[in-house]
Design a protein around this ligand. Structure first.
Ligand code: TYD
Ligand code: MG
Length: 459
């Protein structure tokens, strides 16, 4: 008899012939579940069993200029690559409660004010599988969005959703909130399992391409920061956006990690208020708002997020070791990178912090991944270790190599310009051989190596 079930890891989607306690692909325990094998799609009417000859075309051609639907929420449109492309599929991931439903309700409400490709008002459908119609209405009322012509439904059955949307008069935008609540009766397993998410996602994506609507799929992230379940959709969709932030802070960051229609690593910054999400057009000012001048261990980093410069405060605390082992703790940055920099300080500069607890925090709940932040982190640590406040009007950036050299980073002009705009007067940056930066308003120091600080270099 033909096997009808297989075992799928709910964390990474690996498939096994039999059950096991631990997934050998992602090493998670108790994540493997039995699921029905999905039947392959029936041969299409045009192709049949024998297939149909495909026609090859030239690379050159005159593509229609890509039409994009604009929500006029600047932060969102930019992250999406300048607007939403009809027929594209966008996965919006994030922790539960971070504000995904709020963001999408505001987005579709804003979109209804625009026009579609044919010049008609944009039709938006919002399907919630998590909340009842009344709950969504209540939120819309609180956000003063209730008057927008968004078409609302509370539904989880895929069969009904497909029957509704597979129509010539399909809407322009469809939001599915969330993909983990959707249920396809073609598959036995429970909603939210990898099999269900994959099957429902696949069906909806196919429909979006066929009918040309923009499809937003909301997916909840697990505490480990991965889109469990929805992660299997990442390769199927056109755009993956993460909505992140700290529940304790009101900043929310929409980050594009994959985009077939725009640049990745672009971010949009929002602030969660009692009237919903507000755009933050000048995030640097906001991130630096709570900064206290003249304290040791604080340093301003001039960073780049996507195409946009962004200034953030790096804070560090160096304290006598409290336990038997020194603690190194980082919020908003990479722990391994911190260990590397501490090793450089010890081995190259002779600064031993081995018997100290070290904490590094990126203020405001931002998460940084650029190597350019190295210099700012080291300066914050040194500033605290030697109890020497850094000038409050100075910014830093630069990557640090293993021999203590300060390496160049991209877009230094853009970083300096933003710092100048926010009133910073000084900068300590890597030397730029190729071009001499001339900023009349700023005093720019070039640092070749960390050793200079310790009279070991020749700078
Ligand atoms: P929600 O959009 O429901 O999160 P998700 O869909 O990602 O699970 O956001 C819920 C949180 O946002 C909740 O903690 C309350 C907060 N919130 C506000 O602070 N202001 C608002 O205007 C709204 C609608 C929500
Ligand atoms: Mg929600």
């Amino acid at each position: 008899m033909k096997k009808t079930t297989h075992f799928v890891c709910q964390n990474c989607g690996a498939v096994y012939g039999r059950w096991a306690g631990q997934c050998s692909a992602c090493h998670e325990w108790n994540t493997i579940q039995e699921e029905e094998i999905q039947k392959p799609d029936s041969p299409t009417a045009t192709g049949g069993q024998n297939g149909r000859k495909i026609e090859f075309l030239d690379l050159r051609g005159s593509p229609e200029t890509l039409f994009r639907l604009k929500s006029n929420i600047g932060e969102l449109d930019r992250v999406a690559g300048g607007g939403l492309v009809p027929g594209s599929v966008i996965l919006v991931g994030g922790d539960p409660g971070i504000g995904k439903s709020t963001l999408l309700l505001q987005t579709v409400s804003a979109l209804t004010k625009g026009v579609n490709k044919d010049g008609r008002p944009t039709r938006c459908v919002y399907i919630s599988g998590e909340e009842s119609v009344d709950q969504v209405r209540l939120r819309a009322m609180r956000l003063s969005l209730a008057d927008n012509p968004v078409e609302l439904a509370s539904e989880t059955r895929m069969r009904d959703i497909v029957a509704t949307l597979d129509d010539d008069k399909a809407p322009d935008i469809v939001v599915i909130d969330s993909i983990q609540t959707m249920y396809s009766d073609m598959i036995e397993s429970a909603p939210g399992t990898v099999g269900q998410v994959r099957a429902c996602g696949h069906e909806l994506i196919r429909l979006a391409k066929k009918r040309g609507f923009v499809l937003f799929l909301v997916g909840h992230v697990t505490k480990e920061g991965t889109l469990a379940g929805p992660r299997v959709l990442e390769h199927m969709v056109d755009t993956v956006l993460y909505f992140e932030g700290d529940r304790g802070h009101h900043f929310r960051i929409l980050r594009s990690v994959k985009n077939r229609f725009g640049a990745t690593d672009e971010i949009g910054v929002f602030e969660m208020t009692d009237k919903g999400l507000m755009e933050v057009p000048n995030p640097s000012a906001l991130f630096l708002a709570d900064r206290q001048g003249n304290v040791s261990g604080s340093c301003v980093f001039a960073g780049i997020e996507g195409t946009r410069p962004m200034l953030v405060e790096i804070q560090s605390l160096v304290a006598p070791m409290a336990g038997t082992n020194p603690r190194r703790s980082v919020v908003g940055w990479d722990n391994n990178r911190l260990n590397m920099l501490l090793a450089v300080l010890e081995a190259r500069c002779g600064v031993s912090l081995a018997n100290k607890d070290i904490f590094v925090n990126v203020a405001g709940g931002m998460r940084l991944s650029e190597p350019a932040v190295d210099l700012a982190v080291v300066m914050a640590i040194l500033s605290c270790a030697f109890n020497h406040p850094l000038p409050a009007d100075m910014v830093f950036f630069g990557e640090i190599g293993l021999s203590g050299e300060i390496r160049n980073v991209p877009q230094s002009d853009l970083r300096l310009k933003e710092a100048g705009k926010l009133g910073f007067k000084k900068a300590l940056v890597p030397p730029n051989k190729n071009k001499k930066t001339t900023f009349k308003t700023m005093d720019i120091g070039n640092l070749k190596t960390l050793l200079t600080f310790f009279n070991k270099g020749d700078n």
